[in-house]
Design a binder for this molecule. Structure first.
Ligand SMILES: C[S@@+](CC[C@H](N)C(=O)[O-])C[C@H]1O[C@@H](n2cnc3c(N)ncnc32)[C@H](O)[C@@H]1O
Length: 297
């Protein structure tokens, strides 16, 4: 069968028929399903990321693939498509200034409240394989070893059930835990398994509620959250979707609570007045009525 590359030049037999129209259809499904924006510059990226899906399905052209993901029966493949198009890159204590803020400013107040019988809620939104949520748990447990006995919940959500399953299992390769301080490894991980993997202790895993959640849909939870980590997730979203999400977060956050976002993300001008900046990509929700005048940019 003749094959055509994204630039419509025939390539080798290993390649798949792919047209600009196929790309547009995939981009439309990705936008509808996960808020992902795909400008034309992503045409090659889509081809290379989805090539392995076509191969796994025994398909030779993107037209058949588009028909599958657009069909009702294609629900499972749509999930796999979104998973292939997004990146799950993460690591323990990534962008560590947020964890310094958590430790220095947030933890003492939460610890005091918890010890007095109050509640605390922290959310890792777009948690990927779980390193962010476990870093939160490790940070809290370091000063509050009895944390699991209190009314404390760490929620960790992602749209992709495959990464969530890995997050829940909490098993990491030796290289993934290399940056963790020795005392954290000893306290929070089981001894290394013969295959070189390291599993987060069950008591720590149980502190985290891992759930599938698509952030572009209305949020099912009411909060109020004390801290929301939503880092390196909205980079895929168009500005309107980002805006809606920041607003939805603000509506489930306690006054004075913290929103921490990724290094290349920014709050939109519409929602920024509801927050005060407390550091690099760190924001605190202002109490109602204290919103700042609307900012530009
Ligand atoms: C690059 S990872 C970020 C992980 C972690 N927050 C960090 O900063 O290290 C982005 C994650 O966002 C998830 N994601 C993408 N679109 C999403 C959506 N619409 N709803 C929920 N999660 C989404 C992806 O599945 C992926 O696991």
């Amino acid at each position: 069968m003749a094959t055509v590359a994204p630039n419509h030049q025939p390539l080798s037999d290993r390649d798949f028929l792919y047209t600009h129209e196929d790309f547009r259809q995939i981009a439309a499904v990705a936008h509808r399903e996960a808020g992902i924006t795909m400008p034309d510059s992503k045409e090659m990226l889509v081809y290379s990321r989805l090539g392995k899906r076509l191969r796994a399905l025994g398909m030779t052209d993107f037209k058949s693939y588009c028909a599958l993901v657009a069909s009702e029966a294609g629900i499972e493949e749509r999930r796999k498509m979104i998973s292939a198009l997004t990146t799950n890159v993460t690591r323990f204590f990534r962008e560590d200034h947020h964890f310094r803020l958590l430790t220095a400013e947030v933890r003492p107040k939460l610890a005091e409240r918890l010890r007095r019988g109050g509640r605390a809620r922290i959310w890792s939104a777009g948690c990927s394989t779980g390193e962010e949520a476990y870093s939160i748990a490790f940070s809290l447990l370091t000063a509050l070893p009895e944390a699991a006995r209190f009314n404390l919940k760490i929620l960790a959500t992602d749209v992709d059930p495959e990464v969530l399953a890995l997050a829940k299992a909490g098993r990491y390769r030796r290289e993934a835990i290399q940056g963790l301080p020795e005392d954290m490894r000893r306290s929070f991980l089981d001894p290394e398994a013969p295959d070189g993997s390291n599993t987060v202790r069950e008591a720590v895993r149980q502190m985290i509620d891992f759930r599938q959640l698509n952030l572009i849909r209305p949020l099912p939870m009411k909060g109020p959250f004390d801290v929301i980590f939503c880092r390196n997730v909205t980079i895929y979203f168009d500005p309107e979707t980002q805006d809606r999400l920041w607003e939805a977060f603000a509506n489930v956050m306690a006054p004075g609570s913290h929103l921490l976002i990724g290094h290349s993300e920014r709050l939109s001008p519409r929602v920024a007045p509801r927050f005060a900046t407390t550091g690099m990509t760190s924001y605190r929700l202002l109490p109602p009525g204290a919103a700042q005048p609307s900012r530009k940019g």
